[in-house]
Design a protein around this ligand. Sequence first.
Ligand SMILES: Cc1cc2nc3c(=O)[nH]c(=O)nc-3n(C[C@H](O)[C@H](O)[C@H](O)COP(=O)(O)O)c2cc1C
Length: 239
Amino acid sequence: MSLKEMIFKRKSVRSFVNASIGPNSIARIEKFINGIKPLYPDIKVRAEIVDRESVKCICPWTTKQVVAIFTEDKPGALINVGFMFQQLDLYLADIGLGACWLGMAQWEGEKEREDGLKFVMTMAFGKPKGEGQRDDVLKFKRKNMTEISDIQDARLVPARLAPSSANSQPWYFTHEDDVIHVYCAHKGLLNKSLGSTNQMDVGIALAHMYVANEETFEFFVVENPVPVKDHTYMGSFRI
Ligand SMILES: Cc1cc2nc3c(=O)[nH]c(=O)nc-3n(C[C@H](O)[C@H](O)[C@H](O)COP(=O)(O)O)c2cc1C
């Protein structure tokens, strides 16, 4: 299939066959990771496939390996990580594996890295036990288009189907000529630290817009965005 088709089929996989993924598949995954498109190319990001024991998590994940993600702590870091690694989530589904973003996992490895990057997120992956994909788009539990956009826009369906932390779907889109602006709903207190995931969620939704419009997707930040109540402006794009 293709990454684009996976937007309409993927799901978070939380049940895995308890077996390691072999070296050939790991090499393919690492090659894909090295080619992922960033939203902010100047932010340094690294991802490492590590043993499950490298992270502490109360959930009963039976994977042998997880992807640990590290980033420079800079403005835009979270949206960038979401944008980059949602492409990996779609790729893993496309090669018949299952994956789940794992915000609740804590890093058990070295605290200070030589490259100075900070641990930010884990993605569990492995061979799914049972069905690893949705067979019907109606099985996605998501907000209506009117809750996430100022107008009905079928082009935003890929973003609407994106996964998010606790399915919070914090994204909101407004339209101005051929430009779409994207905002992030405030989550109680304004979370600006690396610990916050709602900006990562917005990056995840943008990844779906990129994958669905690979040739034309163009992201940029405007100087004076129109404010949207209880939301933070995150950026704008053309497709
Ligand atoms: C940034 C992020 C962190 C997440 N963390 C967890 C987690 O710690 N545990 C978990 O079971 N699911 C986690 N999820 C999965 C979401 O709960 C899931 O994406 C959402 O409920 C939508 O379901 P779907 O992915 O099957 O479409 C996370 C998702 C995202 C995007």
